[in-house]
Write a protein that binds this ligand. Structure first.
Ligand SMILES: [Zn+2]
Length: 137
């Protein structure tokens, strides 16, 4: 169990009776932590990608397989990060404008900045990131 899991579990136990707001705060912390990890992963992959491009340029040999693998990995991480961002927005009651990206109250129908139609208010997001319960073992 990681340090963060311990902190989150401890917080959860202490605040077990504090209700929905606390659960939301825990989910936000957990999601933010995951987002930080993913951002670090993206940075590392980008560095690898840069090194690979440099090697290919220097050697004149194209390792397209390694290149494709890195691109696919980056796409997957980016998709996961986008999903987490959406979940965080849902918890905060905001929505990103599909046209200009401005974050605005999810009760709005139109973007206050560019006037684009905003997506329907999403349903309560499912808890994608599960909190490890102590199984008492
Ligand atoms: Zn907009």
């Amino acid at each position: 169990m990681s340090f963060v899991d311990n902190v989150i579990n401890t917080t959860k136990n202490v605040a077990a009776t504090a209700g929905k707001k606390t659960d939301e705060a825990i989910r936000v912390s957990k999601l933010k932590f995951k987002a930080t990890q993913l951002t670090g992963d993206i940075k590392a992959k980008n560095e690898k990608l840069g090194a690979l491009v440099y090697e290919m340029a220097k050697s004149g040999e194209k390792d397209t397989e390694a290149f494709d693998v890195l691109i696919a990995e980056l796409d997957a991480i980016n998709a996961e990060l986008t999903d987490i961002d959406k979940q965080l927005d849902g918890l905060k009651g905001v929505v990103a404008c599909p046209s200009c990206g401005t974050k605005t109250d999810d009760d709005n129908t139109f973007c206050p900045k560019c006037g684009a139609k905003l997506p329907e208010k999403p349903a309560e997001p499912e808890p994608e990131v599960t909190i490890d319960e102590d199984k008492g073992e």
